[in-house]
Design a protein around this ligand. Structure first.
Ligand code: 7PJ
Length: 272
């Protein structure tokens, strides 16, 4: 598979939250210069893509207006463009913001709602940039209330197959499609662990697979309810496992720690 952005897999996607309420670093990067310093650091540490999000999708989080989301992310995208040509991914479900972000210099769309907003698929086809379509059961406000599946791996896979087909039918280039099972989005710990164990089923779909588990509650729960600031080693362990299982994109907060782990992973893979 030809790697996105002319790089080689796995790609490290560094997370930049510009939300006052994101669960792990909420509020910290709200000022533009702090955000830019964090981006510089992630680039130095080995990030291949910067994923910028202005609306928190943590369970129970409030939704915000497009104007507010615009004010949070677009100035930061423009400022990143001034210091680096690193690909920037815009984490949003709002078509209007996808368009403005790409105009400002973003080169990828990351939609936890899998382009299900009205007009989103057609817009993504027109913008002609890579798009990550993620599975979520329910909506952020209520998704962790009572997630239920018969066979979680098959159901998530079928959803992604349907979304891939919709994207292809509406003119999105197959080379621009990335899929994501959506860890923590309407899933119990058992669902998350099954999805992770069977990542190979998603690789069968023959498009790049993005895995985002960094600092998530599935890690905290396995580690006897470790709070978010104690989830680094668990996050690195899962990122390493995902890379070992051939996931193409890893979405992480802790770039240096993950980059080191990936170097070791690659060294072992390339050994005789
Ligand atoms: C994900 C995401 C994820 C993709 C968030 C958090 C919550 N985008 N945006 N996949 N998670 N594609 O970082 O914990 O898992 S926001």
């Amino acid at each position: 598979m030809k790697a996105l952005f002319g790089k080689s897999y796995p790609l490290l996607m560094g997370i930049l939250n510009v939300t006052p309420d994101s669960f792990s670093d909420g509020g910290k990067f709200i000022q533009k210069d702090i955000a830019i310093n964090h981006v510089k650091r992630m680039i130095d540490e080995g990030a291949d893509i910067i994923d910028i999000g202005g609306e928190s999708t943590r369970p129970g989080a409030a939704t915000i207006s497009i104007d507010e989301e615009y004010e949070r992310v677009v100035p930061v995208i423009k400022a990143i463009r001034e210091i680096s040509d690193i690909p920037v991914s815009i984490d949003t479900s709002k078509p209007g913001l996808m368009e403005e972000a790409v105009k400002a210099g973003a080169s990828m769309i990351n939609d936890v709602n899998a382009l299900r907003s009205k007009g989103a698929v057609a817009l993504a086809a027109r913008l002609n940039v890579p798009v990550c379509i993620m599975h979520m059961q329910g909506q952020p406000r209520s998704m962790q209330h009572k997630p239920e599946y018969g066979d979680v791996v098959n159901e998530v896979k079928e959803f992604l197959v349907e979304r891939i087909n919709t994207c292809l039918n509406e003119g999105i280039n197959k080379d621009n499609i990335i899929i994501d099972p959506g860890f923590g989005f309407g899933k119990t710990l058992e669902h998350n662990l099954s999805l992770f164990k069977h990542l190979d089923k998603f690789l069968e779909l023959d498009v790049p697979l993005l895995v985002g588990v960094s600092r998530k509650s599935m890690i905290g729960t396995v580690l006897n309810d470790a709070p978010v600031e104690q989830r680094l080693y668990g996050s690195v362990a899962l990122a390493t496992l995902a890379a070992w299982m051939n996931a193409q994109i890893l979405r992480v907060h802790d770039v240096k720690a993950t980059a080191d782990a990936l170097k070791l992973c690659r060294a072992v893979k390339e050994a005789q």
